[in-house]
Write a protein that binds this ligand. Structure first.
Ligand SMILES: Nc1nc2c(c(=O)[nH]1)N=C([C@H](O)[C@H](O)COP(=O)(O)OP(=O)(O)OP(=O)(O)O)CN2
Ligand SMILES: [Zn+2]
Length: 147
C-alpha cells in the first residue's frame, strides 16, 4: 500500500451552539488538516506513471477547503445559528459566515472535508483535523470487519 500525506492549515472561528464551558463563546482555531491518499497500485502509464496521484492535484483540492474556511466564521444552519449570524450581519461589519448543516465540531468538519475531497475526485482514505496541537479527529470510511 502506498500512502501520500498532504497538509494545510487554516484560521477559522466557530460557534458551538449549546456547548457549556469556555468554548460557548465564538472562538477560533488554527486548524491543521492532514489528509492521506492511498492506493495499492501506482499509475503505470502517462503523466501519473509511478504515482498514486499528483501531489499538485491533492494540493489544489486542499486549497478549495482552505479557501472555504480560512478567516471565516463557521455556524450551524440551525434556528439559533441563523439568529447569531443575523445579529452579526446587523452590525454592518460584513463578517464572512459559512453556514454548515451540522454543529461545527472537529468530528463533523473532518467528515465534511473527507466527503468534499472524495466528491472532488481525490482518493482520500483518511482525514485528520487538528483543532489544537494536541486535539484532533481522524475520519475514515474504511471499515475492517473481523469476526
Ligand atoms: N470531541 C470534541 N470535543 C470538543 C470539541 C470538538 O470539536 N470535539 N471542540 C471543542 C472546542 O472547539 C474547543 O475550542 C476546544 O477545546 P479545548 O480542548 O478545551 O481547547 P484548548 O486546547 O484551547 O484548551 P486549553 O485548556 O485552553 O488549552 C471542545 N471540545
Ligand atoms: Zn473550538
Amino acid at each position: 500500500m502506498f500512502t501520500l500525506k498532504s497538509e494545510i492549515q487554516f484560521d477559522t472561528a466557530h460557534y458551538l451552539s449549546g456547548y457549556q464551558g469556555k468554548c460557548k463563546n465564538i472562538h477560533g482555531h488554527r486548524y491543521r488538516l492532514v489528509v492521506k491518499v492511498s492506493s495499492q497500485d501506482l499509475h503505470e502509464t502517462g503523466h501519473l506513471r509511478g504515482m498514486v496521484d499528483d501531489f499538485s492535484s491533492v494540493k489544489e483540492a486542499l486549497k478549495k477547503i482552505h479557501d472555504r474556511f480560512d478567516h471565516k466564521l463557521v455556524v450551524e444552519a440551525s434556528e439559533e445559528g441563523k439568529e447569531v449570524a443575523k445579529k452579526l450581519e446587523e452590525s454592518g461589519l460584513a463578517f464572512e459566515i459559512v453556514f454548515v448543516p451540522y454543529r461545527p465540531t472537529a468530528e463533523e468538519m473532518s467528515r465534511d472535508i473527507y466527503r468534499n475531497l472524495k466528491a472532488d475526485g481525490v482518493a482520500v482514505t483518511e482525514v485528520e483535523l487538528f483543532e489544537t496541537p494536541t486535539n484532533s479527529c481522524i475520519y475514515t470510511e474504511e471499515y475492517s470487519c473481523s469476526k
